[in-house]
Ligand binder design. Structure first.
Ligand code: SAH
Ligand code: SF4
Length: 377
């Protein structure tokens, strides 16, 4: 375990001494079952019930013998994070505040589109990084999510959307984007375990082509994720000069632009249809000039890429403003003229504070408000 992983490790989650089966890799699940004196194929049946059927109670698992079910129930649970609050945006976006076993909270967001839907999943409580434009980065409470808490978000979404087993057509949850709270590549082991479970064909079965990992640029883990997971990569770039990127994204001091772009160039399997996405938040007077756009074109030379221009989403006390619409358009035009796709990301769910960079803000404010009410003076 890396030093970061050890310092921010999630607590061991035992439910009255019973271990959660969610979040165990197939190998670990099989080892538990074999440890009970059962044949390994029982683990496969169990996997099917948990990740294909969405069963939450051993009693439902009718292909297993009564005796085996009883022994499972003595030792294990199948437990997801609890839904504390659900908010529905007028545009169909849904945000859930989830409560974890130790009382910590995270948010996840479902963004429906006509023929598909993405679930924006969190990887940490808060974030250890402190990008200046991001509200998640201002939170003090931080820990990594366990594999169970990461894949558990996908399972809660399927519960809420009524998609067990997932319908062959018209699914509401087709894609996973690791773009919620936290830096996923600072929680690599748990993330990798969770995504391998989500990709498994005999369970949740969301393929690597439908999963996008967003990172602020943790270079060594980008290389690892490329080799071991092969999911789509999104890089939060936001600046084209080291001097500016150092200021707005402190991680740049550790992994500067040249190293980051070299890792992107080496990311496997990229081609015209599977490009690397570069996220670029448009900050007024900071990174929105035509010179920035031209420098961006140069920087991305030779990388199959797409640039998502994200209008800055404000939050209370934020030190920036969103760029003017005309400047965003001009920026997009320069990229398009250089044959780089540059959609301006539509802001979704802003009425419920579910947009990029806004997660957790509402719930944290509520907590602060209620704790100050409880301890006057
Ligand atoms: N930590 C990862 C995953 C979070 S993804 C990362 O940074 O990539 C969330 C995306 O929203 C990132 O691209 C982030 O830079 C962007 N973002 C953060 N704050 C924002 C804000 N206030 N307005 C718009 N986008 C923001
Ligand atoms: Fe963390 Fe990403 Fe926010 Fe930066 S933008 S503080 S890496 S969540």
């Amino acid at each position: 375990m890396s030093r970061h992983a050890a310092a921010f490790a999630p607590p061991v989650d035992l439910d009255e001494g019973r271990k959660n089966l969610i979040g165990l890799s197939r190998e670990d699940l099989t080892a538990e079952i074999v440890g009970l004196g059962e044949k390994a194929f029982r683990a496969r049946q169990l996997w099917h019930w948990i990740y294909h059927r969405g069963a939450q109670d051993f009693a439902e698992m009718t292909t297993l013998s009564k005796d085996f079910r009883a022994r499972l129930a003595d030792r294990f649970v199948v437990k997801r994070p609890a839904v504390q609050r659900r908010q529905d945006s007028r545009d169909g976006t849904v945000k859930w505040l989830l409560r974890l076993a130790d009382g910590q909270q995270v948010e996840m967001v479902h963004i429906p589109e006509e023929d598909r839907g993405a679930l924006c999943v969190s990887s940490q409580v808060g974030c250890t990084l402190t990008c200046r434009f991001c509200h998640t980065g201002t939170q003090r409470l931080v820990r990594n999510l366990s594999a169970a808490e990461i894949v558990g978000q996908v399972m809660v979404a399927r519960d809420e959307l009524g998609e067990w087993p997932a319908p062959a057509e018209g699914r509401k949850l087709t894609n996973i984007v690791m773009m919620g709270m936290g830096e996923p590549l600072y929680n690599y082991e748990n993330l990798a375990t969770a995504l391998k479970i989500a990709m498994d064909n005999e369970g949740i079965a969301i393929s690597k082509r439908k999963i996008t990992l967003s990172t602020s640029g943790v270079v060594p883990e980008i290389v690892r994720a490329g080799a071991e997971l092969g999911v789509n990569l999104a890089v939060s770039l936001h600046a084209v000069r080291d001097e500016l990127r150092d200021r707005i994204m402190p991680i740049n001091k550790k992994y500067p632009l040249a190293e980051l772009l070299a890792a992107c160039r080496g990311y496997p399997g990229r081609n015209k249809s599977q490009r690397i996405t570069f996220e670029y938040v448009m900050l007024k007077g900071v990174n929105d000039s035509p010179a920035d756009a031209k420098a961006l074109v140069k920087l991305l030379d030779g990388i199959p890429s797409k640039v998502n221009l994200i209008p800055f989403n404000p939050w209370p006390g934020a030190p920036y403003e969103c760029a003017e619409a005309a400047d965003i358009e001009r920026f997009a035009d320069i990229l398009s003229a250089a044959h780089i796709a540059a959609p301006v990301r539509a802001t979704r769910g802003d009425d419920i504070l579910a947009a990029c960079g806004q997660l957790k803000s509402d719930s944290e404010r509520r907590r602060v408000a209620s704790s100050s009410a409880a301890t006057p003076g």
